[in-house]
Write a protein that binds this ligand. Structure first.
Ligand SMILES: NC(=O)c1ccc[n+]([C@@H]2O[C@H](COP(=O)([O-])OP(=O)(O)OC[C@H]3O[C@@H](n4cnc5c(N)ncnc54)[C@H](O)[C@@H]3O)[C@@H](O)[C@H]2O)c1
Length: 277
């Protein structure tokens, strides 16, 4: 029997929370570079009545993305996409962050945009981190939004001499995600589909715990202590936003990035988290 298909990348906490919220009744293809992560989340979800197939896939490879799509198409039309795969500044070197978070996301949005069903919806996960980086020029923003995917990593602004450290690489990748979602949403719209982006603040997941224990651990702990919410967020709160963006209540929202960070960005610019000059 044919079923609506939901593609999910990254078998992490954010992906799972979103998939549990909106994936009922769908065939869910869950891709992760670490097959064991995909299998773990698959078991939890299938034990709770979902219909998940785990798959080894690498977001930084177009071939692997195409294989994920092809697997999904065996079961029916691709109606939903959740891109929750990614690596953080403490987990990977600059090159890997750009290849996975920036290039891989751009390729995924492009390829799924070629096959998404009418009425389909997608979300990708960027980060509040991109919001703290100073504004780029209008020309740089446009290059991030529209440069053909295979040329993205050759942009001068992404070359090693222009990327200070892994945090800067991550911020550029997440800024690119936002711009890419705007540009791709226009193409998705031509198919009657919508595409949005969620920029979370600190959400407790294994990725965030790696950050708490990494070189910027004190910075992160201070950030959630001094943000208006006074705590880190949970994956289920991110799923609340995804449910809006991916469901009928979000029908007029496309090409958007929604910031969900407990007010950390507001505090960074205008409150106690403002860096000392
Ligand atoms: N947790 C946070 O505080 C936070 C904040 C802002 C943004 N984000 C973003 O949310 C996304 C998901 O993060 P999470 O916190 O759920 O992390 P997580 O560590 O729970 O899950 C991420 C998953 O992505 C997988 N992955 C890594 N590289 C991959 C690749 N090349 N191909 C396929 N899978 C790959 C990992 O194996 C892991 O299972 C990331 O893009 C991250 O940058 C997270």
């Amino acid at each position: 029997m044919k079923k609506d298909v939901m593609l999910v990348t990254g078998a992490g906490q954010l992906s799972m929370a979103i998939a549990r919220r909106v994936g009922f009744g769908k065939k869910i293809i869950l891709g992760d570079k670490k097959k064991e992560n995909a299998e773990t989340i698959t078991k939890i979800m299938n034990d709770a009545g979902f219909d998940v197939v785990p798959m080894e896939m690498d977001l930084s490879s177009r071939e692997s993305i195409l294989a994920l799509i092809a697997e999904g198409q065996k079961y029916g039309e691709i109606r939903m996409l959740v891109n929750g795969a990614g690596v953080s500044p403490s987990q990977a070197p600059i090159e890997a962050i750009l290849k996975v978070d920036l290039y891989g996301t751009a390729v995924l949005l492009e390829e799924v945009g070629k096959v998404i069903a009418e009425g389909g919806t997608g979300v990708t996960i960027s980060s509040q981190s991109g919001w703290r980086m100073p504004a780029l020029t209008a020309e740089q923003d446009e290059l991030l939004a529209t440069t053909p995917t295979e040329e993205l990593l050759s942009l001068p602004m992404l070359q090693p001499e222009n990327i200070r450290d892994t945090l800067h690489a991550y911020q550029m990748a997440k800024r690119c995600n936002e711009k890419r979602v705007m540009a791709e949403s226009v193409k998705w719209g031509e198919r009657g589909a919508r595409l949005n982006d969620i920029a979370p603040g600190i959400i407790v997941t294994p990725l965030a715990i790696d950050e708490f224990n990494g070189p910027r651990g004190d910075f992160y702990k201070n950030m959630f202590a001094k943000c208006p919410a006074g705590r880190p967020g949970t994956a289920d709160e991110v799923a609340n936003v995804a449910e809006l963006l991916m469901g009928p209540s979000g029908a007029f929202i496309t090409g958007s990035t929604i910031l969900i960070d407990g007010g950390a960005t507001a505090s960074y610019f205008y409150g106690p988290l403002k860096p000392e000059q």
